[in-house]
Design a protein around this ligand. Structure first.
Ligand code: FPP
Length: 244
């Protein structure tokens, strides 16, 4: 059991996950891709509960990228209605577990129904305090960075005022600490336009587990492995040891 091996004094505050492999999972079972997405919901529920159970403050889930709009219309439509029904159904689970839901991405591009369900759930869960789940929907990091630049230019911010701190305030993750750990499932080792600015110093963890098979134990395993890595932020190993 990986849960017992977790050092609760050294938990990442923010974990980001690219949920990948739903389509391949379905294929191995001779089913349609959407069956994989539907089965992925179980993994979302278990992972969210696991994160809350051990006290992770922020969990960002990459549910739909800007590039995903290019998938066959049938799959996009099915994914959108799955999102709506999941958000609708799972709001009770979120309330029961004191979990707050938020979302990042070009939310205006989502179908109206999806936007409404999302807003309703965000509103209902806004005072929950245990863990914040951030859904990345119609999200891409380059879109986010360009938006930040446009906003900064529009506000006429002077060159000498632009620094990392100011720039972070214009990102959709404003107020959220950078993820210490980024997990991607299904064996793919890519970032795919996810939180490019925010993951500058994140530990990257890749697992072969396909998303529908991912459970809280897999999350705990990733955390244990993260905790045995040494995060140096460009410094030497000796400097880090002296600081601790
Ligand atoms: C990637 O697998 C997964 C997605 C594009 C969708 C993720 C969505 C869910 C798990 C559904 C519900 C989510 C929430 C948060 C309510 P893929 O289709 O790229 O798989 P492949 O690489 O094997 O084709």
């Amino acid at each position: 059991m990986f849960k017992e091996k977790i050092d609760t004094n050294n938990l990442p505050k923010h974990i980001a996950i690219t949920m990948d492999g739903n389509g391949r999972w379905a294929k191995t079972k001779g089913k349609f891709r959407i069956f994989g997405h539907k089965s992925g919901v179980k993994a979302v529920r278990d992972t969210v509960e696991g994160a809350a159970e051990i006290g992770i403050d922020f969990l960002t889930l990459y549910a739909f990228s800007t590039e995903n709009w290019d998938r066959p219309k049938k799959e996009v439509d099915a994914l959108m209605s799955l999102l709506v029904s999941t958000i609708n159904k799972e709001t009770t689970t979120l309330m029961d577990n004191n979990i707050k839901l938020t979302a990042i991405g070009d939310l205006n591009s989502l179908p109206k129904k999806c936007q409404e369900e999302l807003q309703e759930s965000i509103e209902k869960t806004k005072n929950n305090t245990r863990t914040t789940v951030i859904l990345a929907l119609s999200y891409s990091s380059r879109w986010e960075i360009l938006n930040a630049i446009k906003q900064i230019v529009k506000e006429g911010i002077k060159e000498d005022q632009v620094n990392e701190n100011l720039f972070s305030q214009y990102l959709t993750t404003k107020g959220v600490p950078n993820p210490e750990l980024l997990i991607r499932t299904s064996g793919e080792q890519r970032i795919s336009n996810f939180l490019l600015w925010q993951i500058a110093y994140s530990e990257l963890y890749f697992t072969d587990v396909l998303w529908p098979d991912f459970r809280r134990e897999d999350l705990f395993e990733a955390i244990v492995k993260y905790q045995i890595r040494e995060r140096r932020f460009g410094k030497t190993s000796e400097q880090i040891k002296e600081e601790n």
